[in-house]
Ligand binder design. Structure first.
Ligand SMILES: Nc1nc2c(ncn2[C@@H]2O[C@H](COP(=O)(O)OP(=O)(O)OP(=O)(O)O)[C@@H](O)[C@H]2O)c(=O)[nH]1
Length: 806
């Protein structure tokens, strides 16, 4: 069901870059991201009826698979204004580890994040993971689900400090209806106490749109006053540790009185320290009960950065200056008309066709203009531009620096993919020629890193007649989700679809069968093994006397001479280094300086199209696999020697493609079989169990699943002994926190909070369908989460064992 949207009349036209907020909602699965997003939209006036995940009618979970399963699968964007204070472009991301790439691509284009935490579960494993992934991006924490029995505001705060290693600025604390007035004898979460503005905000039981506001300074006899006072003291003390201006204000203007410190000064201090990632503002609420959502919107406006205050995009050419201009946003290479945008998502909408989500960093993108894809080295024309609200588009004419929007139209089909950089002239319809060819048209925002797939399944057409449709559908799937991968087994001719987990492949299969009506049968899910080489191949050479000359070799990444190791490569001037999608493989092309003295590239074939042809060859041939069992090659580098040449008058790179493919095949074929090794995926596994279940779960992990236990932690404190972690533990112990009333109630009701976190590393092979096993070992109480850790070389006996099972 589509929700009605209320579009504020072209407010975005008038909102300045300083008022823009590009934010993501990140968290562990089920923390309440989608529920919170829905309430944010409602209170911002974007929708007039709230949808719910449980009834499957939210704006951002609009895919049929999301609505049926109540789980977010893809990140969805919405844009809205908040009371004229800011214009928010928000991306709701999935919490499940299998869809991590959706989080990776959203984080690439976002300036700030709201991290949602479940007040009962505290900091969960995926929260830690997304926190690390968003390193360097300013964040706010929202402790949600405060209405649940067992909610622990202070317990969660302590976990934020100790597990996420951050200082906290507590913006508001929970308010519970006092027990004596409460017939149910349970503390009832009703509102929040605003520590900065000294107000109690209570949401009406009957009508949560009504907020009752009371002045805390008139409640000095109330039992909550002491908590409020101490929380204000703690907040000011924390900020004072880092902010001299605040200390000065506190001593001089406020006369050392915590209550007299000006809210404006506190807000400014929190913003400054949050932008530099020194403190994290923390708020609480219950999205489901519509409590605490408006203060969260205020916090986004007050503490998260505008594009002018956010981190700068990482460009391939680090020498190009990037300036912040209050009117224009970013200006790259001192060129006011240079538009630079990054495509971070492509979808095929059944009605609107191909839609490409972009973040504009500098300049303006206009509908109808011709732009340049600097990743592909080719031009294309933009059709219409739209802003998306879940799956509802809003047509616009321009996208300005700092904005996130969508390109549509038949002219973009096949012209731009995820991770491509788009260059354009802000004013001219086709002003590509006006740019500096060497510096500006080769400019790229550093590409997204795609994690490698670890599970595969065979996809077969039901009949020969269904083959073409199957292949087109698979292509559509991987264009939309580059963390899915298609490969061919060259011995059996089977098509393999690989992904990041069982759920990821299950959903992909569902989309193939139901959304795309592909007549296919899906095989059993198996682990994706890889092969690697332990050495460098000999150089393979082509020199045909017709202008094509090339020598290349394939090396294990660990055998590279220091000069071309990927860690230092980006700093070298005379090489181009290209990561080859998700298998830790790279292409290194030496000596790319083929420009004449005026900085003009002389051959008709563009430099980028040669690099693209070489990348495609390397990708395709490494994918064909090694000599053990044709598993794709991993951690390999295809090195092209610097003396390569192409004819000056040939425009298309098809010969480069053929020659390089043959050379890579030749080089690999000559390497002896014993130089190939089998690799298996290893997962980082986090299992949460009660103390009673700890023994049997640990035993099963190490005994039956070949896992290595890295640590066992209590739920309250991360038992890490690094200097940094110890510092945060002692901060958490010293800081004042209000008492957790409902936590006490839950303990009284014999709920066990003595949970243990087992962190382990385990071969994926042993972890298939672990969910079922864990449930039976713990009577459904245990939870687990796993993420890809890396590939590990196996010895010969393990190789034989795995090959027999594969
Ligand atoms: N009691 C209570 N339940 C909540 C609250 N917020 C969300 N929920 C419930 O928690 C469940 C998960 O909510 P979602 O909003 O789907 O969580 P999510 O983080 O978006 O989930 P994924 O995107 O699938 O990871 C749903 O049943 C919600 O109704 C809250 O404040 N209180």
């Amino acid at each position: 069901m589509t929700m009605p949207l209320l579009f504020p009349i072209c407010r975005r036209l008038f909102s300045s870059v300083a008022k823009m907020r590009n934010i993501g909602i990140i968290a562990h699965i089920d923390a309440g991201k989608t529920t919170t997003t829905e309430r944010l939209l409602y209170y911002a006036g974007k929708i007039n009826r709230i949808g719910d995940v449980d009834t499957g009618d939210t704006i951002t979970d609009y895919l049929p698979q999301e609505r049926a399963r109540g789980v977010t699968i893809q990140s969805a964007a919405v844009s809205f204004d908040w009371q004229g204070k800011c214009r928010i472009n928000l991306i709701d991301t999935p919490g499940h580890a299998d869809f991590s790439f959706e989080v990776i691509r959203a984080l690439k284009v976002l300036d700030g994040c709201v991290t949602i935490l479940d007040a009962v579960a505290g900091v969960e494993s995926q929260t830690e993971k997304v926190w690390k992934m968003s390193n360097g991006i300013p964040k706010i924490c929202f402790i949600n689900k405060m209405d649940r029995v067992g909610a622990g505001f202070s317990r969660t705060l302590k976990e934020i400090i100790t597990r996420l290693n951050t200082r906290v600025a507590v913006i508001n604390i929970p308010y519970f209806q006092e027990m004596e007035n409460n017939k149910s004898n349970e503390p009832k979460f009703e509102g929040v106490i605003d520590i900065i503005d000294k107000k109690l905000l209570k949401w009406d039981n009957e009508d949560a749109d009504q907020v009752i506001i009371k002045d805390m300074t008139e409640m000095t006899t109330s039992s909550i006053y002491n908590d409020f006072l101490k929380s204000r003291e703690t907040l000011i003390e924390t900020l004072s540790e880092f902010d001299e201006d605040l200390v000065e204000h506190f001593l001089n203007e406020a006369d050392g009185d915590y209550l007299a410190v000006s809210p404006t000064v506190i807000h400014q201090s929190i913003k400054k320290l949050s932008l530099s990632n020194v403190v994290t503002p923390v708020l609480c609420g219950s999205s489901f009960r519509k409590i605490g959502v408006q203060p969260l919107l205020d916090a986004v406006a007050s503490y998260l950065p505008s594009p002018l205050e956010a981190r700068l995009p990482e460009l391939n050419n680090k020498d190009l200056p990037i300036k912040r201009d209050p009117r224009q946003g970013l200006i790259i290479n001192n060129s006011k008309n240079l538009t630079v945008a990054l495509a971070f998502k492509v979808i095929s909408d059944p009605v609107r066709g191909t839609m490409v989500f972009v973040r504009v960093y500098s300049g303006i993108l206009r509908s109808g203009n011709t732009v340049f894809n600097s990743t592909m080295g080719s031009k294309f024309k933009i059709g219409k531009l739209v802003l998306m609200n879940g799956n509802v588009p809003e047509e616009i004419n321009v996208l300005r620096a700092g904005e996130i929007g969508v390109l549509t139209g038949a002219t973009i089909v096949g012209k731009v993919f995820t991770s491509d950089t788009i260059i354009s002239h802000s004013i001219k319809k086709d002003g590509i020629k006006a740019f500096d060819q060497k510096k500006e048209l080769t400019l790229q925002v550093n590409p997204l890193v795609i994690p490698p797939p670890v599970f595969s399944m065979v996809v077969e057409p039901k009949s020969l007649g269904n083959k073409e449709h199957m292949e087109a559908s698979l292509q559509r799937l991987i264009i939309e989700d580059p963390s899915l991968h298609i490969s061919k087994d060259f011995e059996t001719g089977e098509t393999l679809l690989s992904g990041m987990g069982e759920l990821h492949l299950e959903i992909a299969g569902d989309k193939l069968l139901n959304d795309m009506a592909a007549e296919v049968s899906l095989g059993k899910m198996t682990v994706s093994f890889k092969e690697t080489i332990d050495d460098c191949t000999a150089w393979a050479t082509h020199d045909d006397g017709k202008g094509y000359k090339m020598s290349l070799q394939v090396c294990s990444i660990h055998k590279l001479p220091e000069k071309v190791s990927p860690t230092v490569l980006t700093e070298l001037e005379h090489e181009t280094w290209v990561p080859l999608r998700n298998d830790d493989n790279y292409l290194v092309v030496e000596n790319n300086e083929r420009y004449n003295s005026n900085g003009v590239w002389e051959p008709l074939m563009s430099y980028q199209s040669i690099i693209n042809a070489l990348s495609s060859s390397a990708l395709a041939i490494l994918q064909r696999g090694g000599k053990i069992a044709n598993f794709p090659l991993y951690s390999c580098v295809v090195r092209v020697k610097g003396d390569w040449e192409v004819p000056i008058d040939v425009e298309k790179p098809s010969e480069v493609l053929t020659i390089s493919k043959n050379l890579i095949m030749k080089a690999i074929r000559k390497l002896e079989k014993d130089k190939f090794s089998l690799l298996e995926p290893i997962m980082s596994v986090a299992v949460t169990v009660t103390a009673n279940d700890l023994g049997k779960v640990s035993q099963d992990l190490t005994g039956s699943r070949n896992a290595t236990i890295v640590s066992i932690e209590n739920s309250l404190m991360a038992d890490k002994d690094s200097e940094g972690s110890l510092k945060f533990q002692s901060i958490a112990e010293a800081q004042y926190f209000p008492k957790d009333t409902t936590l006490k109630m839950a303990q009284l009701k014999n709920r066990t909070f003595d949970m243990k976190h087992i962190l382990a590393e385990a071969p994926l092979h042993g972890m298939i369908s672990y969910n079922k096993k864990l449930r039976s070992l713990t009577q459904g109480r245990g939870e687990f989460d796993m993420e890809y850790h890396g590939m590990s070389k196996v010895n010969k006996s393990r190789e034989e064992e795995l090959l027999q099972k594969a």
